[in-house]
Design a protein. Structure first.
Length: 505
């Protein structure tokens, strides 16, 4: 049995032999269509404890189908027999734990109006009363159980006024730069003192392809951020906190010291100018700050790795929102000499830098929360993304693309099939599944903006389309295991990009 298949328990009353046969036929139809059914006719044996079976089944299933005949409704409301016991479970603590969306009333009655147990009276139901419409009702049920609605809510677009607001902010900053009459970028931070103006100046310089002033701006910013990071370290390290909760705000402060340099790099990416979009060199400034020593508290002297995690996330999100996914891929494929490592490795294969940085507790979930919240903390990011939701969507789209990249990398090891998928440990976390439906839908829409760039991920490695298609289901199982281990109530059918390969064709 597929562990990722939705599991349902069917609750019904034994009205007649004919009704029991109908329930068994429905259960068989569901099994034949990828739904794992728990049914008393198949599971119970002589001597089994019926109430315990019912409670285990309700608790252990993803959904519970209530076959609402007139007799079932009467027994449930009156609390009689086995149906009455299940009704107590339905109206009791499980509703508090899992919500009533777990329970789906199926109407099987001789005449309208539809009658349901009092506890389910306001819940949407599916009508199976008309046998001539059985296939239509069955498809409706299957779509619900598999999470495949006929009509999907479209991805949230960008406010038609958001771009204008951002444009106004950029123009305002540009006017401020003109007012200050800053001719030499080396005096920028001293004269203006804000990251927003640093970003705006960098964007203008890049758009004008002014490489001379671009270098001056970086040269002016590099020592300032390094000095700020060293100063931060001198305050934190002597009295390093005992609890992670105390260190986390300090870590965020440390990341903030490099915001000016990161802002310059992202401005280069957003400019779209070829000479400025490759910001690989900034990574060396991040990994090897001036006057940085490798000694003392490990989490502190390895903190540049946490900075690199933040940078690659912001860089990738900027590439996705500006329609340049290939630039993001080029960076994560770069061979990097990380501090303390004996050899250069592709950036994406560094477990900490891509999702588990020690500076954020070494946890993917904690690290994602910090990374995803940066647009709330760094107002200047609105110059790129407009609002925090668009930033989170762009970040999620980037990590979805990284998941595809990792899938192709696994395929490249065997060329024809995914080798030992049960043993694969993801290097790229799928924590974007914790985002709201609205953000994830927008992210998936953004991901599909450049389908050719996504197809090139495997075609550049001479992996055939057929191989990518045939192994995708196995890869989804790998993703499903990760998601269910991190988010216990999630399952495979909640993987946002599960239809990616079919959509790309």
């Amino acid at each position: 049995m597929d562990d990722q298949a939705p599991k349902v328990f069917i609750s019904y009353s034994h009205d007649s032999p004919e009704h029991k046969r109908w329930v068994a036929e429905l259960a068989t139809s569901l099994m034949e269509n990828g739904v794992n059914v728990v049914l008393d006719q198949w599971e119970l044996r002589l001597g089994d404890d019926v109430p315990k079976f019912m409670e285990r089944s309700v608790r252990g299933s993803d959904r519970v189908l209530l076959i609402c005949t007139e007799s079932y409704v009467h027994k449930a409301d009156e609390g009689k027999g086995g149906v009455g016991y299940e009704a107590m479970i339905v109206t009791g603590e499980l509703v508090e734990d899992l919500g009533t969306a777990k329970f789906i009333p199926l109407i099987r009655q001789s005449s309208p109006p539809a009658s349901k147990p009092a506890s389910m009276s306001t819940r949407l139901h599916i009508d199976f009363s008309d046998d001539n419409q059985y296939s239509v009702s069955l498809e409706q049920l299957l779509r619900e159980l598999h999470g495949e609605p006929i009509s999907r809510k479209p991805a949230l677009g960008i406010s038609p006024f958001a771009a204008k607001r951002v444009e106004q902010k950029v123009q305002s900053a540009a006017d401020e730069l003109d007012r200050l009459a800053i001719d030499e970028p080396s005096t920028l931070t001293e004269a203006a003192g804000t990251i927003e103006l640093t970003y705006t100046a960098a964007l203008r310089i890049a758009q004008q392809s002014d490489m001379v002033n671009w270098r001056k701006l970086i040269q002016a910013t590099r020592p300032q951020v390094s000095e700020a990071l060293v100063t931060w370290r001198s305050k934190i390290e002597p009295a390093f906190p005992e609890k992670w909760e105390q260190f986390l705000p300090m870590a965020k402060e440390g990341v903030g010291t490099y915001a000016p340099l990161i802002a310059i790099a992202l401005a280069g990416v957003e400019s779209g100018r070829e000479k400025f979009t490759n910001q690989r060199a900034i990574l060396d400034d991040i990994l090897y700050p001036n006057n940085w020593t490798r000694g003392g508290v490990t989490i502190i002297f390895d903190f540049p790795m946490t900075l690199a995690f933040v940078y690659q996330g912001l860089h990738g999100a900027t590439c996705m929102v500006s329609g340049q996914p290939t630039i993001a891929l080029n960076l994560i494929k770069s061979n990097i000499e990380f501090p303390g490592w004996r050899e250069r490795i592709p950036m994406w294969s560094n477990h900490g830098v891509m999702g588990w940085p020690e500076g954020f507790k070494g946890e993917a979930t904690t690290s994602w929360k910090v990374l995803a919240s940066l647009a709330d903390d760094w107002e200047w990011l609105a110059r790129i993304f407009g609002d925090p939701k668009e930033y989170r969507a762009a970040l999620s789209a980037y990590y979805m693309m990284l998941n595809l990249f990792e899938y192709v990398d696994q395929l490249s090891k065997s060329v024809t099939e995914l080798a030992s998928p049960q043993n694969i440990r993801l290097e790229i976390p799928l924590c974007y599944e914790s985002e709201s439906d609205e953000v994830r839908r927008r992210a998936y829409s953004m991901l599909l903006t450049d389908p050719e760039a996504l197809r090139d991920i495997w075609r550049a490695r001479d992996i055939s389309d057929a191989v990518v298609k045939s192994n995708w289901e196995s890869w989804l199982e790998v993703c499903g295991r990760f998601i269910s281990s991190v988010y216990p109530f999630a399952h495979r059918y909640q993987i946002t990009h599960k239809d990616l390969i079919s959509d790309l064709f």
